[in-house]
Structure formats: C-alpha cells, structure tokens
Design a binder for this molecule. Structure first.
Ligand SMILES: *[C@@H]1O[C@H](CO)[C@@H](O)[C@H](O)[C@H]1NC(C)=O
Ligand SMILES: *[C@@H]1O[C@H](CO)[C@@H](O)[C@H](O)[C@H]1NC(C)=O
Ligand SMILES: *[C@@H]1O[C@H](CO)[C@@H](O)[C@H](O)[C@H]1NC(C)=O
Ligand SMILES: *[C@@H]1O[C@H](CO)[C@@H](O)[C@H](O)[C@H]1NC(C)=O
Ligand SMILES: *[C@@H]1O[C@H](CO)[C@@H](O)[C@H](O)[C@H]1NC(C)=O
Length: 862
C-alpha cells in the first residue's frame, strides 16, 4: 500500500475544532496530496465525522485520522471508482448517532448499520444521496420522525428501519422512488394512517408496518394500478379499523397478508379468494364477523391460515382440501357444525387449533392420516362420541387438548404410541374406563371432570381386570381394562404394554434394552430374560444357536459379538425414511450408532449382503463408515456405524445455545468436508445420495463433516424406494425437478448441497424460511435479496459480526457458489468436482484435510 503517502500525512492531525489557520494549512496540504488519497477529502472528512458521531473508537480504529487507506483497510468501507459506495457495519456495537455528514458520501449505494445501538434521528441528508439503493438501519435506537425527503432519493430500493423508536406519521412519498421494493417500518412508535399513496406503487414487493400505533382504515383502491409487485403486506399489531379492503383481491401476486391484532370488522371479503398465490393469511384477533368464504380454505398455495379470536360463524366446508396447509387456526370464534372427514386430506398439517367454538358431532377418523400433526387443540367445543383409535397414529403430536367437550367411552390405548406428547388434556368430558399408563406422568388436572375414569388416586380404583366384572359392558371388554390401582401395578402395566405395543414405547427407556430378545444361553443369563423390543418369535427362539443371527464386521476399530450388540444400552437418536437410529453403548463402554432398517423395504438376504458388502468397503474421511451389519433370525436388519458425538449439522446449527459458537472457520470446514464426501460418492463410487440434508451430515468431536445415509437405496427394493421418494422428509432440500421426475441425479444432490451451504451462510433452516414471513423458500429468498445487490444482509449475524474484510469476501464467494448450486435449471448446476475446486480457490488451506483420519480405515486414497 501507499507507505509513502502514510508517512507524508502522518504529521497532520485533524482536530475537532481547528482554527482558521490550521484549516487553511490543511487545505493547502491536501491539495498537494489529494492524488494519493483513495477517495476525495470531502469523503474522508465525512467518514471521520461519522466516526466521531459513533463514539466507538475501538471498532473504528482502522479509520485512521490521517485519511489513509479508506478503500483498502477501513473496516466496513467499500469503494468503487474512487468513491465510497457502501458502508457496512452491522452488529458492531456502535453507539452515538449517525452524523449528517453522511450526506457528503454522494457515491453511497448501501448503508448497512443495523443491529447496533445508534441513537439520535435519521439524518435528513440521506434523502439527498442520489445513488442510495439500500438503507438498513434496523434494530437501533433511532428517534424522531422519518425524514420526508427519503422519498426523493430516486434510486432507493430497500428501506428498513424496523425496531427503532421512530415516532410521528409515515411521510407521504416514501414509496415514490421508481424501484422501491421493500419498506419495513415495523416495531416503531409511528402513528397516523396507512400511507395511501403506497398503493400506487408498481414496484413495492414487501410492506411491513407491524407493531406501531397506526390507525384509521386500510385503503381500498388496490385496483388503482394494473401491475403491482406486492407480495407481502403486514399491518399486524396496530389499531386499524374498518373492513378488510375487497380490492386487495386484485393484487394477485400477494403471498402474505397479515393483519392480526387490529380492530378490523365486517366480513372477510369473498374477493380474497382470487389471491391464488397467497401462502400466509393471518387475521387473528380482530372483530370479523360472518362466514369464512369457503374457497379461502382451498386457495392453491395456502400454508398458514389463521383467523382465531374473531366472531366468525358457520361450518368448516367439506371442500376443505388444500394439502399445502401446515397451520389452520380457527379457535375462539362461533364456528359450528361438524369437522368434515376431508380434514384427513390436509397431509401437511402441523398445527390444528379449533378450540373455543361450537363444533359438534364426532371427531372424524380420517384425522389419523395427519401424520405430521404436532398440535391438535379441540378444547371447549361440543364434540361427542369416542376418541377415535386413529388419534394414536398421530405420532408427531406434541400437544393434544380435548378438554371441555362431550367425548365419551374409554381413552384408546393407542394414545400410548404418542411418545412426543408433552401436553395432554381430556378434562371435563364424559370419558370412562382406565386411564392409560402414560409414561409422561401428566398432571391429574388433565383428567379431572370425567365421572367414569378410574385409575390411581384421585380417581377411583379400577375393577381388577382378572376378575369378572359384571358392571362393565362387553363392548368395553377389550380396552381400558388394565388395572392401574397402585404404583407397583403401574410398572407391571408398563411391562404388559411393552409386549403389546412393541417398539413404540420401548424407545423411552434408557434401561439396558436389547435390540431383540435373543437369549442364546439362558444359563449365562441367570434365568432373567432381558426385556425386548420385538415380541415376535421370542419364546420359540430361546435355545437354537442359529437363531442368534448373522453379524458381519467390516474393517473398523471395534470388535463385538452379536450378544454384545443386542444387549447394548440403547437410546433413540432419530428416525429417517429408512429406519430408526439408536445410540448404543456396548458393555465395554464403547459407543456405536445402530440403524434398525424398517421392515418390508429391504431386498432379499442374498442381494442385501452383496450390496451391503460394497457399502462396508467404502471409506472416506467425510463419509460415515459402515462398520458392521446384522441380519437377525426374524429378518431384523441392523447397520452399525461410528457414533458422531456432535450430532447432525441441523441440530448443531439450529438447536445450540448462545454459548456454543459456530464460527465462519468451522462452517467453511464443514462445507468443505461435506463437498468432499459427496464428491467422492459421485466420482469414485458412482453413487447418488438422493436425500442429502443438514440432518444427515454428521459432525464428529473435531467438527469434521461425515455424510450418512448414502447408498442405502441400494439395499431397498425398488417398490420401497419409489414409496420413499414420495414421502422422504427432505422438504426444502429437494431440487425442483424432482417433483416431476422423482429420480434423484447428481445434479439434484448438488442442489441439496447448495441448500446446506445457504443454511450455513444464513443460519436459517430451509423449512423455517418457507413457512414464515416471506412465503419463499431459502433459495428463493436469498436470490431475491442478492438480486437487489443487498447481499450482506443474508448472512447469519453470528458470522458477520466481527468478520474481517477477507472473511466477508469468502462468504460472498461461497454465497455465489451456493446460488449456482441451487439454480432451478439442473443443467446449469456445477458438478461436485467443480464445487470442490471452487471452494479450494476460496480457501486454499482447505485443499488437504489437516487431520489424518486414523479411524477411517486404510482406504482414504483419492
Ligand atoms: C494511522 O496512520 C499513522 C500515520 O500514517 C500511523 O502511524 C498509524 O499507525 C496509523 N494507525 C492505524 C490504526 O492504522
Ligand atoms: C354434553 O351433552 C349433554 C347431553 O347431551 C348436554 O346437555 C351438554 O350441554 C353437552 N355439553 C357440551 C359441553 O356440549
Ligand atoms: C391407524 O390406526 C389404526 C387403528 O389404530 C390402524 O389399524 C391403522 O393401521 C393405522 N394406520 C396407519 C397408517 O398407521
Ligand atoms: C355419558 O356417557 C354415557 C355412556 O358412556 C351416557 O350414557 C351418558 O348419557 C353420557 N352423559 C352425558 C352427559 O352425555
Ligand atoms: C386441563 O384443562 C382444564 C380445563 O380447561 C384446566 O383447568 C386444567 O388446568 C388443564 N390441565 C392441564 C394439565 O393442562
């Protein structure tokens, strides 16, 4: 860099209050040396004024008072053609205020100072910046009102001032700049009305005014212009009144409309059913009346539908059938009628809340088809009849509230299959019979108010099931008869249920569980048979040697026998399309991961053994090594893998606490590892993964990435594979062409890899993104932000905070690479080879893996 220049300028202090004399001196001096500054003196002065305003000297230490190195070494400053074009200091702990002198940086296109503690008002001079495209000042402590002249900066595209302390009305004209596409003023203290002139904008895509004190009616001239880009409109948490404008229905690009927590009244207009791209509709907590237009439930793209806490009436229409719905919240209205059987067609439903209405009739058995359902809230209606056995099929369920209805009969034992249930309430119904022995130990208040229940105190004792019980009707004879009369009894009941329900319940126990009951030499076991998973064939196989099954080891560090394997302590780690994975601790303390393959999906034994033999030989530092397989006497199939102590990337990335950082360095390492593992599969093994996601990229103790679940499709029957393809839980990672072709390719793997990379860069999970605000998937969202040259906004704040310019460059390059990988056209995506090469260009030091992988076996050559 310009060392001479630095020397030259060293002696020149720029004091705060310079005398006329020194100012003149400096001016002459500068005119001599101006050619050696990166940018004009005016810009240097402006930047230094900004620095003084922020009073955060350590962060801006590189902003040298000498004015040297603005473009090359000043943190957060980027130049183009000798002028400052971007100022980006998000999350740097800046305080103070933003100096008006920022208006002298006339080449500025982007200002990104969000997530700081900047106070004072929004500088009026910003409105005079001729090239400003993006202004991101969100999450600061800005006060005062929004400068009216911001609408004069004709290049402005994105204005994000959310979560500040801004007051006053929203000035007219903010949406005038012809390419303005995002305005977010949410989370301030703005009052006054909705800015009526915004509906005239043909460029605005996203408007967020939520969480302010805005009032008055919403404009109803949305048909004033023909073409509109509006996709997101959020006016939630304000004081808007009047009705929902029917003309909103003509804004057919709209994907998200949120107006919860206002005072809107009148009917939900029929016109809204024209919004055939609408994904999110949130009208909760208003004063809406009348029927819900029945076609709203069947909008082709709708995923989130929330009209709870209004005064709506009428039934749920039987045409209900938008399989896209994930959330349906109708609670606290006056809705009535029965719930149509067709509800079982909402196969993506995750949350159904229809409590506090007047629904009646019985609960349709089709509800059991909703296998993704996590929340089923039916409280305070007039449902009657049995609790259908099929509710036990809702194995994802976390909360089930049926309280304050008229359900009768016993609770079905199938409810014991709901191992994820943490909240349960059936109080105040007309239920009877024994309370099932839930391992979760729900509070007594969850069962109160049912005159017929029996069980442990405070409920009356159940009649002993072995004794004939004349008072019980024969129809009840097969369920609800397990006695629950004492704590001791409760345990033995658990044992009975084990045998009856097999695997489902056993997963909960961390006791010494065998994978299957195999008692090879019963004399060894001192006569105590271990408890087991599979009830099948246990009695008959006691003595026969050959019933132990076949255990085949591949190269690896651990040696164990079938006995050791089967009697390891097991804990469920997770489930995938292929089966359930357990963490198993062997007697000698070594830990392995065991995958129990689902029944009925695996090829015959001969074929299986030849395929699994190939998989067992495959060794690469970034592939999870298959160490052994076991084929049991009753055709149970177990695969044994190395255990990865840091779990999956998905869990690590999204479920860790703030005290567990995931630095950019580590993310790069994981990216490279995953790329190499996948590249090896593609190039050296000719294997397509077909199901790559952050869930099956595992991390060892040193944060090395290991791809799992590869090649398993070879073990499956073709029929099973076509079934799995249709249901596999890779939503969000699946390349768009797979919806049609159903046949994974290298290029669809590359797509999945691109999504994983985006996940690492943005810190956002792909599904989280699609079900929330923007209604876009992760790839769409990132590309839309990048298209607007607003790239640095997509990165995870955790990695952008304190990142060096060099690291930011790397992130930028990785982002570009990820976007190529997720190109909607498969042919435009690179091969994994190219991806690896590009990653190596971005970070040459990742070229060779620094750690030698002793545990990965000898076959690590590439
Ligand atoms: C600022 O510039 C002066 C003179 O060129 C130099 O001595 C000093 O080390 C610089 N400070 C920083 C933080 O770069
Ligand atoms: C339950 O049914 C009884 C008898 O049909 C009725 O009187 C009562 O109002 C119902 N309760 C509820 C909450 O619907
Ligand atoms: C649903 O539950 C019923 C009764 O409990 C059972 O017969 C049926 O096989 C289950 N269906 C599925 C898909 O699990
Ligand atoms: C409660 O259920 C029993 C049958 O289990 C029925 O005879 C009785 O009428 C029900 N009571 C109410 C209030 O619905
Ligand atoms: C169950 O619901 C009843 C009635 O709404 C309530 O009083 C009770 O606290 C609830 N119990 C639990 C465990 O949620």
């Amino acid at each position: 860099m310009m060392a001479g220049n630095e020397l030259h300028l060293k002696t020149r202090p720029i004091p705060g209050g310079a005398t006329l004399f020194t100012t003149l001196l400096i001016a002459t001096f500068v005119s001599l040396s101006v050619a050696q500054l990166d940018v004009s003196q005016v810009e240097v002065d402006a930047l230094l004024a900004i620095k003084r305003g922020f009073n955060s000297l350590s962060v801006l230490a590189s902003w040298n008072d000498s004015g040297v190195g603005v473009c090359s070494s000043w943190v957060g400053v980027r130049c183009l053609n000798g002028t400052v074009f971007s100022l980006g200091l998000p999350g740097k702990g800046l305080g103070g205020f933003l100096a008006e002198e920022i208006g002298n940086l006339t080449g500025l296109r982007k200002i990104s100072l969000h997530d700081n503690a900047i106070g004072g008002s929004v500088p009026w001079s910003l409105g005079a910046l001729p090239a400003l495209r993006g202004l991101a000042l969100f999450s600061n402590q800005l006060t005062g009102s929004i400068p009216q002249n911001l609408g004069n900066s004709s290049s402005l595209q994105q204005l994000d001032l959310k979560d500040n302390l801004l007051t006053g009305p929203i000035p007219i004209g903010l949406a005038l700049p012809p390419r303005m596409n995002l305005i977010d003023l949410s989370g301030n203290r703005l009052w006054g009305g909705f800015p009526y002139d915004w509906i005239q904008s043909s460029s605005l895509e996203s408007v967020n005014l939520a969480r302010n004190f805005l009032s008055g009616t919403l404009p109803d001239q949305w048909n004033a212009i023909n073409s509109s880009a509006l996709r997101t409109l959020d006016v939630s948490d304000n004081y808007f009144s009047g009705s929902i404008p029917p003309t909103l229905g003509v804004r057919s690009n709209l994907t998200t409309f949120r107006a919860r927590n206002n005072q809107l009244s009148g009917n939900i207009p029929d016109e809204l059913v024209q919004l055939n791209q609408l994904k999110v509709l949130d009208l909760a907590n208003n004063s809406l009346t009348g029927d819900v237009p029945s076609s709203l439930y069947t909008l082709p793209s709708i995923t989130y539908f929330n009209v709870e806490r209004n005064s709506l009436q009428g039934p749920i229409p039987p045409s209900l059938g938008a399989a896209t719905l994930t959330t349906l919240h109708l609670s606290s209205n006056n809705l009535s009628g029965s719930v149509p059987e067709q509800i079982g067609g909402l196969s993506n439903l995750i949350s159904l809340n229809i409590s506090n209405n007047s629904f009646s009739g019985s609960l349709p058995r089709g509800i059991g088809n909703l296998t993704l359902l996590q929340y089923l809230l039916l409280a305070n209606n007039s449902f009657e009849g049995d609790v259908p056995e099929e509710v036990g099929n809702l194995t994802s369920l976390r909360a089930l509230d049926m309280s304050r209805n008229n359900f009768s009969g016993p609770l079905p034992m199938s409810l014991l299959q709901l191992t994820k249930l943490t909240s349960f309430n059936v109080s105040y119904n007309n239920l009877s019979g024994a309370i099932p022995p839930f391992p979760q130990a729900f509070d007594d208040s969850a069962f109160l108010g049912n005159p017929g229940f029996c069980g442990v105190s405070p409920f009356p004792l159940c009649p002993d099931f072995t004794a004939p019980s004349p008072s019980l009707s024969p129809a009840n004879g097969t369920r609800g008869l397990i006695p629950v009369s004492s704590k001791g009894h409760r345990l033995s009941t658990v044992a009975i249920v084990f045998i009856a329900l097999g695997a489902a319940l056993a997963l909960l126990l961390l006791l010494c569980l065998c994978f299957f009951v195999v008692v090879r030499r019963s004399d060894d076991k001192k006569g105590s048979a271990p408890m087991g998973f599979s009830s099948k064939g246990m009695e008959s196989s006691m003595d026969s040697e050959e019933m132990v099954g076949k255990l085949v080891h591949f190269d690896g560090p651990l040696a164990f026998s079938a006995d050791h394997l089967l009697c390891a302590t097991a804990e469920v780690l997770g489930k995938s399309a292929y089966g359930t994975v357990y963490k198993a601790t062997l007697e000698d303390g070594n830990i392995i991961a065991v995958k129990r393959l689902r029944e009925g999906i695996v090829k015959g034994q001969k074929e299986f053994e030849s395929e699994v033999g190939t998989l067992g030989k495959m060794r690469h530092p970034n592939l999870l090594a298959l160490r052994a397989y076991y084929w049991g006497p009753k055709d149970e199939k177990l695969l044994v893998f190395d255990y990865m102590s840091c779990g999956s990337l998905a869990a690590f990335l999204h479920a860790r606490g703030p005290e567990t950082p995931l630095t950019w360095e580590t993310r790069m390492k994981v990216t490279m590892g995953a790329a190499k593992g996948l590249g090896y599969l593609h190039e050296s093994q000719n294997i397509i993964h077909g199901n790559l996601s952050a869930t099956n990229i595992l991390l060892d103790a040193r944060m090395n990435a290991k791809i799992s679940d590869y090649g398993l499709s070879r073990l499956m029957t073709p029929q099973a594979m076509s079934g799995l393809m249709a249901t596999a839980g890779t939503l969000g990672y699946r390349a768009p062409e797979l919806a049609k072709t159903k046949k994974p390719t290298r290029k669809s793997d590359v797509y999945s890899f691109g999504i994983v990379l985006l996940e690492l860069l943005t810190g956002k999970a792909p599904v989280e993104q699609s079900s929330s605000d923007s209604g876009m998937d992760l790839a769409e969202w990132v590309s839309s932000v990048v298209k607007e040259e607003w790239t640095s906004e997509v990165f995870d704040v955790e990695i952008i905070k304190g990142a060096s310019p060099h690291q930011e460059e790397e992130m930028m390059n990785c982002l570009q690479l990820a976007l190529v990988c997720v190109n909607t056209s498969a042919t435009s995506r690179p091969e994994m080879e190219d991806v690896i090469r590009q990653l190596e260009e971005i970070r040459p030091d990742l070229r060779s893996s620094p750690e030698s992988e002793l545990t990965s076996g000898p076959d690590t050559k590439r």
